[in-house]
Design a protein around this ligand. Structure first.
Ligand SMILES: Nc1nc2c(ncn2[C@@H]2O[C@H](COP(=O)(O)OP(=O)(O)OP(=O)(O)O)[C@@H](O)[C@H]2O)c(=O)[nH]1
Ligand SMILES: [Zn+2]
Length: 376
């Protein structure tokens, strides 16, 4: 895990990383922010022309019905940087690339290999656009690459280990610190911070009041809240997150106490940088799900293993869950937490969030009938 964590650091800085899959050696680099010089260096070090790995969501946005989770697109040298971002995550690919170029790309696609899937997992974990430049290390370059690994200028990671980096490590979440923090809507609160084993994400459990967490006969009022900097902190009108957060605290207090898990899953797990990109795409007419797809992401990139681990750490087995999202209910049930009851939790509908909430209700199955009863 330690190597993967360091690899993510390098990828975020725009450096290449070596993926090792059996006998195969593949250099990988983020597409996001890849400058001409960096791409040329990758080409030189590998001794082969890089290819572009695209996720199945990005492929779908390009009009390709993918057979696997990803595919590899060989890049002719002159193509390498000129239209890389347009291919990897640009809007309106047909308009920007031209129909003929797109057809040629579709015809050139190759099945993804183990290192390609590992590369995309690393990009996601690094909260970068899920697209990668990959270059197989040529026989003639093996010694030079091995020397770079040996002198510490290049990091080598097992592809298999890298591919698992999104799964987290069940049962290894660390409870780090805690403090009493009175809130405007709930006087008696304890914030407990948990850290993921690789140290890259931190999540907070807010225990409101003094609920009987481990009592078998009661269901603990629970809110799973995914971070939304824009909504939670600034009261953005593009979503309903801030209001839901504050309503949840007040509601849990009114129910005599319970728990709110504040999860580091900004932008449904795609990170703030990508959420801002997605908002700009939405301004050109796409809905929230299609915008994420253009960037190469699925409808919802969140996983709830850490939430289950936090509940386990707090001794909670049965809950009354505040959500409109069926995926959250399913994820808890799958993690062995009994969802005894669901309680709806709404923010206010406005002209800016109407479209976002409609897409969640119509396309992602969120239970928002009550919100739209008046307006639709
Ligand atoms: N990718 C993306 N994420 C968004 C957008 N708008 C809000 N979000 C994120 O969506 C998430 C919403 O989190 P929650 O309110 O906990 O979850 P939910 O899926 O809406 O389900 P509920 O429990 O019913 O509220 C947050 O991580 C927000 O940052 C958007 O347009 N695009
Ligand atoms: Zn929000």
């Amino acid at each position: 895990m330690h190597q993967v964590e360091r690899a993510i650091f390098d990828l975020r800085r725009g450096l290449p990383v070596l993926l090792v899959a059996g006998e195969s050696r593949v250099l990988v680099q983020a597409v996001e922010g890849a400058a001409q010089a960096a791409v040329s260096r990758l080409d030189e070090l590998a001794g082969t022309t890089p290819a572009l790995v695209l996720s199945r969501h990005r492929l779908a946005a390009l009009g390709v019905e993918p057979a696997d989770r990803a595919a590899r697109l060989p890049l002719p040298a002159e193509e390498m940087t000129a239209r890389l971002d347009a291919l990897a995550y640009g809007a309106a690919p047909v308009a920007r690339l031209g129909q003929a170029r797109l057809e040629a790309c579709r015809a050139a696609l190759q099945p993804a290999e183990a290192a390609d899937l590992a590369a995309l997992a690393l990009m996601r974990r690094a909260l970068l656009v899920p697209s990668a430049l990959v270059a197989r290390v040529a026989e003639a370059q093996r010694d030079e690459v091995a020397a770079a690994v040996a002198d510490g200028t290049l990091l080598a990671v097992e592809a298999e280990q890298a591919e698992r980096c999104l799964e987290g490590a069940a049962g290894m979440l660390r409870r780090v610190s805690e403090a009493r923090i009175p809130l405007a809507d709930a006087d008696d609160c304890r914030f407990i911070l948990f850290r993921e084993p690789d140290g890259m994400r931190e999540h907070v459990a807010v225990v409101i009041g003094d609920p009987a967490l481990e009592a078998a006969e009661t269901a603990v009022p629970l809110r799973l809240h995914s971070a939304c900097l824009t909504g939670d902190l600034f009261g953005s009108l593009r979503c309903d997150c801030g209001e839901q957060l504050r309503n949840a605290v007040a509601e849990i207090e009114a129910l005599g106490g319970g728990v709110l898990l504040y999860l580091a899953q900004e932008g449904r797990g795609i990170g703030l940088a990508n959420k801002l990109r997605a908002y700009t795409l939405q301004d050109s007419g796409l809905d929230t799900l299609d915008a994420d797809q253009i960037l190469g992401f699925g409808e919802d990139e969140r996983r709830y293993g850490v939430a289950v681990d936090m509940l386990d750490a707090l001794g909670i087995r049965r809950v009354q869950l505040m959500t409109n999202n069926p995926l959250k209910m399913a994820a808890l049930a799958e993690g062995g937490i009994e969802v005894v009851e669901r309680q709806a939790l709404y923010g206010t509908l406005n002209d800016h969030n109407h479209r976002y909430l409609s897409a969640k209700a119509d396309r992602a199955g969120h239970l928002l009938d009550e919100v739209f009863r008046v307006r639709r």
